[in-house]
Design a protein around this ligand. Structure first.
Ligand code: NAP
Ligand code: 8YV
Length: 313
């Protein structure tokens, strides 16, 4: 009989196919409630698969007494209660590296789309305004701009490398400087914002970055500044961002992630200077296949008593 694994959320077709070929998958979102899931054997399951967006809260983990592994389809595991997992000997795995290029590409796409008004100009053409309404507002030059990256990790570094094609003025803020980095270190997020035209958030989520980009950071970015977020929605004080955009205290924003996904503040949706994406930074076929491979490799390793290749705790 195939071993049982639990899926906490819908998964990609590649991951679904590979899991179902090897394991009996109990889909939590298809169960009427936890009682039904328990009746189907959830209390016996040793592996839970989830996404970076869905995570695994302590309330869920506490209902799964046999659990030994939480395999996250995503590099960010801020939505998994790592404290609970570690204190109950539950290993957590993620999918680093394979998505780095795609997420960096999305940051560049959002920089260009926001600065050059790609989305609003597209709407302008589609709604028949071209030739009738006044010409669209001018954009902002990206080449030679000053770029600041919050979170110079794997993804932040890949963004910086791409930005070298546009400018030599690249700075970053981490909790500590990256040894040997050729980019300028800023001690605080506000100091970085103050020296940037584009402020790009690529830091991990969680308590240490919660609302790191607040009113003071947005004011430091200034009225010509553009904020890009491909990290986590929790890193930005969203009401403060809405107010700064509405008041013209910053010029625009390109956002892939939000505080309460999939809910996006109505004010942001009404703003022409904002480009919005539904958490798509790693969403290419090639990368989703590679992410599925890593999840399956970790689950297979667990069931064959091998070390978990991408364990984070
Ligand atoms: P990583 O290599 O671990 O980089 C994380 C970076 O964040 C590090 O440079 C870290 O530096 C910095 N950081 C952490 N806490 C900080 C704090 N309190 N203040 C300032 N900087 C802080 O991870 P990665 O692979 O680049 O991924 C980064 C994040 O991107 C993920 O955790 C995930 O949330 C997000 N992501 C989003 C998508 C998407 O679809 N939009 C896709 C993939 C990943 P220090 O430790 O030195 O502070
Ligand atoms: C995914 C992500 O969209 O890797 C992450 O941290 O947020 C994204 O790659 C997500 O995990 C979907 O499964």
């Amino acid at each position: 009989m195939k071993p049982l694994v639990i899926a906490a959320a819908p998964l990609s077709p590649w991951l679904t196919a590979r899991l179902e070929a090897r394991y009996r998958v109990l889909w939590l979102h298809q169960a009427a409630d936890m009682d039904q899931a328990m009746a189907e054997g959830a209390d016996q399951a040793e592996v839970l698969i989830t996404t970076g967006i869905h995570g695994a809260a302590a309330e869920l983990l506490a209902q799964l007494p046999a659990l030994k592994v939480v395999a996250v389809h995503g590099v960010g595991y801020d939505k998994v209660d790592l404290g609970y997992a570690s204190s109950h000997n539950i290993a957590v795995t993620n999918t680093p590296d394979v998505l780095t290029d795609d997420v960096a590409d999305m940051a560049l796409a959002l920089i260009l789309a926001t600065a050059r008004r790609i989305a609003s100009n597209d709407r302008f053409v589609r709604n028949g305004s071209w030739g009738i309404a006044p010409i669209p507002q001018l954009g902002r030059k990206v080449s030679d701009a000053r770029f600041g990256i919050i979170g110079l990790g794997r993804i932040g570094n890949a963004i910086a490398k791409r930005l070298e094609g546009f400018s030599t003025n690249i700075a970053y803020h981490n909790r500590k400087p990256v040894p040997g980095s050729r980019y300028t270190f800023a001690n605080t997020a506000a100091e970085l914002a103050n020296m940037s035209d584009f402020l790009i958030v690529a830091a991990s989520g969680g308590t240490s970055t919660e609302r790191l980009v607040d009113d003071s950071v947005l004011n430091a970015l200034g009225s010509d500044g553009i904020l890009i977020n491909i990290g986590r929605g929790s890193t930005i004080d969203e009401p403060a961002l809405v107010a700064a955009l509405a008041d013209g205290r910053i010029a625009g924003a390109g956002l892939d992630v939000f505080t309460d996904e999939p809910s996006v503040p109505a004010e942001l949706m009404a703003m022409e200077q904002v480009v919005l994406q539904p958490h798509q930074a790693s969403a290419t076929i090639q990368t989703r296949i590679a992410m599925a491979d890593i999840v399956v490799t970790n689950v297979d390793a667990y069931f064959s008593d091998q070390p978990l290749p991408t364990k984070v705790n």
